[in-house]
Design a protein around this ligand. Structure first.
Ligand code: SAH
Length: 350
């Protein structure tokens, strides 16, 4: 199947960056990959690849606000034999946030503006070409612009691409990369060294949080998990234990129609939704671990526990968790704790 390549030369890094961002975000035509290369002093080249022939007019329309710094757009069909080469040994670089993920063959070509991560396409998952990875890289980019995370876990690290990205933008952080596939952990170790973060990324063979280094409660500030909905839902309580209050979980590997269920189980486990991003049918959820707000109340008079339970029943329907405590001396009054749960509503997460 042929691919279509749209090339635009730009003058200046700012115009190039803005144009490549616009093409990346454009829904129609939807690019498979957009890259920005430096090809001379102050001269940059954008290459966008499409599965079906894109409309030059639609692309030009989207870029019309930037015309000043842009050259003529050129469209060409990439012949079939090139497509095979591209999809195997020579996958085009992928830009995501401040990162560009590329193979060894593009080492010399990647632009100066992005943080380059070199990953060879191989047996482990995670070259950045799948939207589930690219969306996580964008989430790491956004989260680390204004906030520092000291202890990070990449759960299901594959090639280690997310752990490497986190280590590159959080130079002081300790990053644990975990996978239950020994082939993936071997590849992640090699990739961490190759990308100069071998000392900051520790790669662990484990399933979920089942490893002594991952067991201390409230130890982590950020967990990146590009898994599947089933394991994500199963891991929600462990994720809550592992993260400190205010810590962030980035969940990926979730199709748009599965996001509701995954989000609801994390909200029930004590998380609140911070952000949700979507691409190519995939959703990434960014959640913060909250400590539910609790308040203590007492009855003015003596009340039996059974009556108290009956009286408080309607509160559960309003999303409250109610804990009834027996009277503690010196008072003889029954007291109850109301915890305001983080619930799930039809219009999103509350
Ligand atoms: N983080 C990479 C790779 C994601 S693919 C990226 O974002 O591109 C998911 C990886 O998770 C696979 O390598 C798989 O072996 C691993 N995995 C799946 N379930 C796991 C579990 N319960 N514990 C640890 N690793 C798991």
């Amino acid at each position: 199947m042929p691919l279509f390549k749209l090339s635009i030369s730009t003058f200046g890094l700012e115009a190039g960056g803005a144009a490549s961002d616009l093409l990346t975000e454009l829904a129609e035509p939807r690019a498979l990959a957009v890259t920005l290369f430096e090809d001379g002093p102050a001269s940059f080249l954008i290459e966008a690849y499409y599965e079906t022939e894109p409309s030059l007019e639609a692309a030009a329309d989207a870029l019309s606000a930037l015309r000043a710094g842009l050259g003529e757009a050129m469209l060409e069909a990439v012949p079939e034999q090139n497509w095979v080469a591209l999809s195997q040994a020579a996958l085009p670089p992928i830009a995501a946030g401040r990162f560009v993920v590329h193979g060894g063959h593009d080492r010399a070509r990647v632009g100066a503006r992005r943080i380059a991560i070199e990953i060879e396409a191989g047996e482990a998952f995670g070259t950045g070409h799948n939207a589930t990875t690219a969306l996580c890289l964008e989430a790491i980019d956004r989260l680390t612009r204004h906030r520092c995370f000291a202890r990070v876990v990449d759960l299901g690290c594959g090639t280690g691409v997310l752990a490497i990205a986190a280590a590159r933008v959080l130079p002081g952080a300790r990053v644990l990369a975990v996978d239950n596939d020994p082939l993936a952990t071997a590849i992640a170790r090699t990739n961490a060294r190759l990308n100069g973060v071998g000392r900051h990324v520790r790669v662990i063979d484990a399933s979920g949080f089942a490893h002594p280094l991952l067991r201390p409660p409230r130890a982590f500030d950020l967990v990146l998990a590009n898994l599947l909905p089933g394991p994500l839902v199963e891991l929600a309580p462990a994720m809550r234990r592992a993260l400190r209050p205010g810590g962030v979980a980035v969940l990926s590997g979730v199709l748009d129609h599965q996001a509701r269920e995954v989000g609801a189980s994390y909200c029930a486990a004590g998380f609140r939704l911070l952000a949700r991003s979507r691409r190519a049918g995939w959703t990434v959820l960014t959640l913060v671990r909250v400590t539910p707000h609790s308040t203590r109340h007492s009855w003015p008079e003596r009340t039996c526990a059974a009556c108290a339970r009956k009286l408080l029943k309607p509160l559960a329907a309003l999303g409250y968790t109610v804990d009834i405590k027996p009277p503690a001396p010196p008072t003889s009054q029954l007291s109850f704790w109301l915890r305001q749960g983080v619930g799930f509503r039809d219009d999103g997460w509350a």
